[in-house]
Write a protein that binds this ligand. Structure first.
Ligand code: HEC
Ligand code: HEC
Length: 491
């Protein structure tokens, strides 16, 4: 038998080879887009949070789900370079805590979504404090304590101002990123045609909403946020033009949740469910509700960790003999409301009795409570424990030394001032500085700036900022006040 090919002429063989080549090319033309498409689809399907080795690290840098719809990491990184005049001191000037070698400040998680890494805020942003013994000391970083040094309003203001400015274009953002890291052609195309147009629209839309949330209200300033009014705009799409309520409140401490079981929480005691508080906090931090983008595993991990996380001990010397003489004063004057064994612990003192600024409590009215209780309807996690109280909650004073400035609106700089009658408390003082004042128990309140950071002069005469009320102990002698103050350091 002869080989068939032996029967072919040289011309036939060339023609056949030609045809084979053509078929391969046609095949490739047909298949390549399919391969490319499935490759792109594979990439688009990626949704992977960056994990952390310990629970403490997870609290600082782990995901709660707000990074599903956050800002791309590299855009976040270069934003201060893109809009230098709007944030001359960079993120550090806002009071965020940057640990050496970490890609983001504390309070931001990262998640790979498709080809792009996204960042979003987490619990650590508002619940991590910085404390220094002196201006030249290393800061102590105290997770689960209120971030008194953070100007969150200035962060949002910068984000939306830069996002809406003429500098925020692909032509400026891409080269700014490439100063730190080369981008592949695929990445450059993604940033130019997908990321930037989306982000420009999102920051413009959210910026308008942010404007309506803050319009006509005093600065949140350092360590505070309007807690529930943003829900009206971001979740319930309400028009704020006729809503003058001020819901501004200090970030709280969130350690030792085991001890808070059964108590009514948030400043006004509007909710007694730990799950609902954590989930509503996550929504406040940017988790989307529909379809829900909660990172359930991450939130569970944080919840378990907060359960037994202990309050930080006072880090400076305590005169224990003096503190012991202060204990009976605490037992007599304070314990009934503030100690977990007290008869009024975890309940609410009405506004007319407590006498502190009413705005935060009034802002969470019955209509708002009803609205909050519609969130998640039909889901196993649906909210139903919100209520309006007309007062402020009686909470534990554990770790009170690091929770300055005091009261729900942060209107009293030190514990020493709080134990005096309201007319003896400072009318104006600076907030945001993290150097501690052990004598008066609170942060130093007379320093207007340090390096690139300007602190806010807190004005207690503005609406929502009043320093009235809570007169317990105001009649004490100076000696008794010193003893009680010393005792409060031990809590
Ligand atoms: C944007 C800042 C911010 C972020 C982010 C944030 N919180 Fe808070 N948190 C607050 C403020 C402000 C309050 C006080 C709210 C009020 O009553 O007005 C609070 C209160 C709380 C409370 C109630 C404490 C008490 O004793 O009543 C808990 C619990 C809590 N947060 C947990 C969390 C968890 C868990 C996360 C992350 C999932 C988180 N928070 C994220 C600002 C924040
Ligand atoms: C009748 C109940 C009641 C008694 C008694 C009471 N408090 Fe309070 N306390 C409250 C309430 C309610 C708040 C929250 C008020 C606000 O933030 O507007 C509060 C707030 C505080 C705060 C600020 C907490 C923070 O995180 O900013 C401190 C500190 C404090 N009390 C200390 C004391 C001391 C010390 C005594 C005793 C001399 C005392 N309280 C007696 C109800 C009480």
């Amino acid at each position: 038998m002869t080989e068939p090919s032996n029967d072919l002429t040289a011309v036939d063989r060339v023609n056949r080879a030609d045809w084979r080549r053509r078929l391969i090319v046609i095949g490739l033309i047909l298949i390549l887009p399919v391969i490319a498409l499935s490759f792109v689809l594979q990439i688009m399907r990626i949704n992977r949070p960056v994990d952390q080795p310990t629970d403490e690290m997870y609290f600082r840098y782990g995901s709660i789900g707000s990074d599903v719809e956050g800002v791309p990491y590299w855009v976040f990184r270069v934003l201060p370079d893109v809009c230098p005049t709007q944030l001359p001191g960079g993120y550090a000037s806002l009071g965020v805590i940057q640990e050496p070698g970490m890609p983001t400040p504390i309070g931001f998680s990262r998640r790979q979504i498709g080809p792009v890494e996204i960042v979003g805020p987490n619990c650590g942003l508002c619940h991590t404090a910085s404390v220094r013994a002196t201006p030249s000391s290393q800061p102590m970083i105290i997770t689960t304590a209120p971030a008194h040094q953070l100007n969150l309003m200035a962060y949002f203001r910068f984000l939306f101002a830069c996002g809406r400015s003429e500098n925020f274009t692909a032509d400026k953002v891409i080269p700014a990123i490439e100063k730190y890291k080369p981008l592949s052609l695929f990445e450059r195309i993604t940033y130019r045609y997908v990321v930037m147009p989306r982000l420009q629209k999102a920051l413009t839309d959210k910026g308008k909403k942010f404007d309506s949330i803050i319009a006509g209200r005093p600065e949140w300033g350092y360590g505070r946020v309007d807690t529930f009014n943003p829900y009206k705009v971001l979740v319930f799409n309400l028009d704020m033009s006729n809503d003058k309520s001020i819901g501004t409140a200090r970030f709280m401490s969130i350690w030792n949740q085991a001890e808070q079981q059964g108590a009514w929480h948030h400043w006004d005691g509007n909710n007694d469910s730990l799950e609902e508080r954590n989930l509503s906090a996550a929504i406040g931090a940017g988790v989307v509700i529909d379809p829900a983008s909660f990172d359930w595993d991450g939130l569970e991990r944080i919840k378990d960790w907060l359960w037994n996380k202990q309050a930080p001990k006072y880090p400076f010397p305590i005169d224990l003999a003096l503190a012991n003489t202060g204990k009976p004063l605490y037992d007599r004057l304070c314990k009934s409301c503030h100690d977990p064994s007290g008869e009024h612990f975890g309940s609410v003192t009405p506004l007319d009795r407590i006498g502190t600024d009413p705005d935060r409590s009034l802002a969470f009215d019955k209509a708002m409570a009803d609205r909050m209780n519609t969130i998640g309807q039909g889901q196993p996690w649906a909210f139903h424990r919100f209520r309006s109280t007309g007062g402020y909650g009686n909470h534990s004073l554990e770790g009170i030394w690091v929770r300055a400035p005091y009261l729900h609106n942060g209107s009293v700089p030190t514990l020493d001032d709080l134990l005096k009658a309201p007319d003896k408390r400072p009318v104006k003082f600076y907030t945001g500085y993290d150097v501690y004042d052990p004598k008066h128990v609170g942060f130093v309140g007379n320093v207007p700036s340090e390096g690139s950071r300007s602190f806010l002069e807190f004005d207690t005469t503005l609406p929502g900022n009043h320093n009235s009320g809570h007169v317990y102990g105001a009649e004490m002698s100076d000696a008794d006040r010193a003893a009680l103050l010393e005792y409060l350091k031990t809590l």
